[in-house]
Design a protein around this ligand. Structure first.
Ligand SMILES: Cc1cc2nc3c(=O)[nH]c(=O)nc-3n(C[C@H](O)[C@H](O)[C@H](O)COP(=O)(O)OP(=O)(O)OC[C@H]3O[C@@H](n4cnc5c(N)ncnc54)[C@H](O)[C@@H]3O)c2cc1C
Length: 249
């Protein structure tokens, strides 16, 4: 099996976000980057598929040299090799999907795993676009996956109030959701081995964004809290304020 897993290099969720001087992007000063958490489920799914079906797993990331650090995290989990598709950082989702599709088209992928969404921009677009560009079926946010020896796959998704079971055939693009598996922690041996695993580099074709970010804003500061009193005596005033000011009861 020729298995690919697309990974995104995202700010740690504990990062205190600041808007940069252009007003259109996040200030990267002091930001720690991590492997996108939804992509950890994708890496685990790729590794489990290799363990059952045999083959090789390649982690793919579109970005600059900085993303090699994130590719190494996937290699430490057990991925065989990395593929860095070099591109300018400000690409929109379609530009990322294009760069991946152009690079993988001639590499005969059997399956391409993605995360459900990147936790920074939350677009949830790359996987679906990738499926369309490659002409592969694409199923989003899977929480269950079974593959037989003939390339038939059965997928499970959580939908409002229940589960949806679908079937399709490989090659396919599958995006992974929490609940699909329990991603393995890299062991010391894996972290050491990751340093020696290859990361191939290739250049993305030039691309002009279809979507432009015009402005980024932080949410308005919250009003200071109000202490209305203490104990049971404060309850009437609290109820009055919740009813008349906050209008929540
Ligand atoms: C301050 C800042 C700096 C950043 N710097 C970089 C950087 O230097 N390099 C970089 O690559 N990213 C960087 N990112 C992250 C990147 O900008 C986004 O994560 C990326 O654009 C995807 O966003 P999306 O919402 O379109 O993805 P979605 O459509 O929500 O992503 C869905 C899935 O598609 C796949 N995917 C998404 N993006 C990529 C990608 N770039 N490569 C491979 N697979 C992908 C993943 O499997 C992901 O789970 C940075 C983000 C911020 C906030």
């Amino acid at each position: 099996m020729n298995i690919f897993v697309c990974i995104s290099h995202v700010p740690d969720s504990t990062t205190k976000v600041r808007v940069g001087p252009s007003g259109k992007e996040i200030d990267e000063e002091g930001v720690t980057f991590i492997l996108n958490p939804y992509d950890e489920y994708a890496v685990e799914a790729a590794l489990q598929m290799k363990e059952k079906q045999g083959g090789e797993v390649t982690a793919v990331c579109v970005g600059n040299d900085a993303v090699k650090e994130t590719i190494r995290k996937a290699l430490a989990m057990g991925v065989d090799k990395g593929l860095l598709i070099k591109a300018e950082r400000s690409r929109d989702s379609f530009g990322i999907a294009h760069a991946i599709a152009d690079t993988l088209r001639d590499r005969s992928p059997d399956v391409i795993f993605c995360g459900k969404q990147s936790i920074d921009y939350d677009s949830s677009q790359v996987a679906g676009m990738l499926g369309e560009l490659l002409g592969f079926p694409s199923v989003s946010a899977i929480v269950g996956l079974e593959v037989d020896g003939d390339g038939n796959i059965t997928l499970e998704r959580d939908i409002e109030g229940g589960q949806e079971i679908s079937k399709t055939k490989l090659p396919a693009v599958l995006s992974t959701d929490k609940g699909l598996n329990e991603p393995r922690y890299p062991k010391l041996q894996g972290i050491m081995a990751a340093k020696r695993k290859p990361i191939e580099e290739t250049e993305a074709a030039p691309y002009e964004n279809r979507v432009q970010v015009m402005e980024m804003r932080l949410p308005p500061a919250k009003d200071a809290g109000k202490i209305v009193g203490e104990g049971v005596d404060a309850v009437p005033e609290l109820v009055k304020l919740l009813h008349e000011e906050a209008k929540v009861i």
